[in-house]
Ligand binder design. Sequence first.
Ligand SMILES: [Zn+2]
Length: 224
Amino acid sequence: MRTYELVFVVDPRVSDEDVVAMTQEYKQMITAGGSQISKEESWGRRKLAYPIAKLNEGKYVLLGIESEGGKSSLPEVEHRMRQNDKILRYLTVRTDEDLKRAASRHPKTAGRAGRASPARAPPVPRAPLAPIPQPDPRRPPQGRSNAMARPRKVFYRRRKVCKFCADKIDYVDFKDVKLLQQFIPERSKILPRRISGTCARHQRLLQQAIKRARHLALIPFTTD
Ligand SMILES: [Zn+2]
């Protein structure tokens, strides 16, 4: 079964009743195409992270979609949304593969979808780097001559831990604006891995989530 999330942003001048009517129309198209609506959220009026068509606010609607057998009317729905000038932005994201991949990595936290749950155990920090063992001066060097044993330096550097690995987040949700914002300091570009310490896999997921959130004006592209 394929699952999708569809988020669209409606012109704030459209009345709430009309937003509901619009949503109803799209839901009907989706169910007529053989898919089910698994979730519906209205986020109401929200400030856009950047103006779209000179508007500073938008009304957000999220639909969860389940499609058996892969056939769905989503292309038609997207086509209609593209033509509707009351819709400022829309985005469909296929989620089943990413969630499955996340669940297989951490079976215990499956289905949490990256959301922080209050009952969660505190993140287990990784063991700090053990200093490189120094040769014991009391012990005679084994095998090698003294000239071969070069003095080794011990580097202490600030331990960088991938936040997502530590928190066992394997699905980076583009809707989790608070989480994403931690990785875009001064509200501009994505914090590089060498600074944030995020591992390569999670950085990739993070970048994708940030791009999706930017498209929906949940987070900005630049400061100005
Ligand atoms: Zn990681």
